[in-house]
Design a protein around this ligand. Structure first.
Ligand code: TRP
Length: 353
């Protein structure tokens, strides 16, 4: 049996996102910039559109999925993700992941999936969708298959995804233990040495991406209607800038404000120049300028900040079939590795072709 072992000199980075629509500044600062940096830091990087995962909750209405998938690829590529360097693909183009999911279903106790905090939380909180389906229940197991099929060693995730990564490690470990070669630790202390076909992934916690408040001060989220989309046009950006909440205690221009609790300042700090920011910080605190003037400047800065991205995105969107081609080329590069992993698994399980 040929076995893969973990080679720290060759990290494989992989992460996926559910296509849920256009990206906003929360995604841009929260994880997209981090993903862009990773593609230059590591030799092998996989970024995929998790359309199957989107379907686990939106199975009843897949009508927006194709459009959202295209949006995601355009956003990624316009932001600087390089399809030559990184392997950009769509989850559903790698059927071997579903095969691995089937094998994982053999070794994964239902209780592990029942215990996942995001599962319990979402079953309790999301009432407008039927999440009683098996697909949603086994969401983290499919995620483990996404990771293991490319034998990824490091998975950049936010803290909310840590339980999913922990369960991925446990599933991989159990698979390797069940079907790999186990060298018992004779002394009864320490762990047995396990050599299996799959690689245990590690979480790669990003240097805490900025937490971006929305225009109303809550966390920026499409579902709150408080998001600035990175592809918004100038008119939309100016409207949103004008509607941004400021320090609620600052009722009059003559009241001093507190920039540290003001959403307008928080968002401006992410995109503005230091000198301009210092100026508005000072004049807010000493009540020598008003929020309306600040919003105007913020609008100008926001428009200028996003302009290169928007132009690039428009150019890419004008290329017929751009997203489709990126995904097809990515799948062609990802498929051989997926096939290799499945061959190793089948070999280990004694069901080789
Ligand atoms: N669960 C992730 C999310 O909700 C998406 C995802 C699916 C993922 N498969 C993955 C992330 C594999 C990292 C690795 O955004």
């Amino acid at each position: 049996m040929s076995l893969t072992t973990y080679d720290p000199a060759h990290d494989v980075i992989l992460t996926g996102y559910r296509p849920t629509g256009k990206m906003h500044l929360g995604h841009w600062f929260g994880n997209l910039q981090n993903m862009l940096a990773l593609q230059h830091r590591y030799p092998e990087t996989y970024f995929f559109v998790a359309d199957w995962h989107a379907l686990t909750s939106d199975w009843a209405d897949p009508s927006r999925l194709a459009g959202y998938t295209e949006d995601m690829v355009l956003d990624w590529c316009a932001a600087g993700m390089d399809p030559e360097r990184s392997i950009i693909y769509r989850q559903s183009d790698i059927p071997a992941t579903a095969e691995l999911n089937t094998y994982f279903a053999l070794v994964t106790p239902m209780s592990w999936l029942e215990r996942v905090p995001t599962y319990k939380e979402q079953r309790e909180n999301i009432k407008d969708k039927d999440l009683g389906n098996v697909g949603f229940f086994q969401y983290p197991m499919l995620q483990a298959a996404d990771i293991a099929i490319m034998r990824a060693t490091k998975v950049p995730v936010g803290e909310d995804q840590l339980p999913h990564l922990e369960i991925s490690r446990e599933i991989v470990r159990r698979f390797n233990y069940t079907y790999g070669e186990v060298e018992k630790n004779g002394k009864g202390e320490g762990e047995d040495l396990v050599r299996g076909p799959l690689v245990e992934p590690q979480a790669l916690i990003a240097e805490a991406g900025a937490r971006v408040p929305g225009l109303d001060g809550r966390k920026m989220s499409k579902s709150y209607g408080n998001a600035v989309f990175i592809s918004d046009d100038e008119e939309a950006l100016r409207k949103k800038a004008a509607a941004c909440i400021t320090d609620p205690a600052r009722k009059l221009k003559t009241d001093p404000g507190d920039p540290d609790i003001c959403p307008l300042h928080q968002i401006h700090r992410l995109i503005g120049e230091a000198g301009v920011l210092a100026e508005f910080d000072a004049c807010c605190r000493n009540a020598s300028c008003g929020c309306v003037a600040h919003k105007k400047r913020f609008a100008d800065d926001l428009v200028a900040y996003l302009q290169p991205f928007r132009e690039k995105r428009e150019a890419l969107a004008a290329v017929p079939g751009f997203a489709k081609e990126v995904l097809q080329a990515g799948a062609q590069r990802a498929l051989p590795k997926a096939a290799q992993t499945i061959a190793l698994c089948r070999d280990a399980m004694g069901i080789s072709l």
